[in-house]
Design a protein around this ligand. Sequence first.
Ligand code: KG4
Ligand code: ZN
Length: 334
Amino acid sequence: YRGGPLLGIDTSCDDTAAAVVRGGREILSSVVASQVALHRRFGGVVPEIASRQHLLAILPVIQQALDEAGVRREQLEGVAATYGPGLVGSLLVGFMAGKALALALELPFVGVDHLEGHVASAWLARPDLQGPVVVLVASGGHTELFRAERPGRLRHLGGTRDDAAGEAFDKVGRLLDLGYPAGPAVDRLARRGRPGRVTLPRALRGSDTLDFSFSGLKTAALQHLLPAVRAGLPVEDAAAELQQAIVEVLVERLFEAAERTGARAVAVTGGVAANQGLREAVAERARRHGLEAVLPEPALCTDNGAMIAAAGHWRLLEQGPSPLEMAVDPSAQI
Ligand code: KG4
Ligand code: ZN
């Protein structure tokens, strides 16, 4: 592997994603087949449906990524695929497709941790980024803080003890009848609402942990927010309070972590990083602290193959290929 076109594959959850990236930084193509419409009527990802859909989509998605990059299979220098964490049936499809392709083309294969991929997206967004960076990965499945010197050099600082931030948006948003996933609707409504008319808890505030806890939000919403909405509180105000309750703790911990670890920059990624309130709060606070804020465009924040190829690039350079016996690990931890 010499840093030429690398194929990156991610099928950790409900998106079938493949991309071609050169040198860990230059995205030649990135294709994502979303399954969200299939899972919508169940109000969440159904693992069995997800893996079946990955099976249907994986080869066309890989082919499209190659076509859009203008790269022939023979020109690839390696294949990277997510080994975990994620849904086992989903992971298996992309991981095995990646392995099979690498074997057939006699290319180096590298297994990548999904969260390491999310962290690498900060460098896709800002190729000359200088670490140390504190990266918040906040999605429907994860809420984790890492300190990264550079892609692949990470230390886990903290994470959620129960629900993920996106899960909190989705669960409370569902109580408010905002559809699935509810995060984007909450974001839209919150812009026209006023927080604080009913207060939701900010869990673990004031303790010196870098962990998160969001599971109390749903109970609190059932007990206080929902009755208030039924009694006439505008849904915009309910959305604004929900968003504020989540964003405040995310931002507090992110900057606490940056201060404790002497970071020069902060980055936010994962689906929740599309949230306008979060992006504004992070940008504003970073200005005050004299830190650089990296807010990748939403397509780089949500699950994609480019971040896996980027992380795979560094793994290949520093550790070499993974053994072909390597297995998926649904509960992988960095
Ligand atoms: O990264 P992602 O696309 O998928 C995984 O969870 O792996 O993240 C989806 C999550 C959902 O919980 C969704 O509600 C949330 O990200 N989300 C948002 C916004 N856009 C997506 N949450 C708040 N505000 C948004 N604008
Ligand atoms: Zn993800």
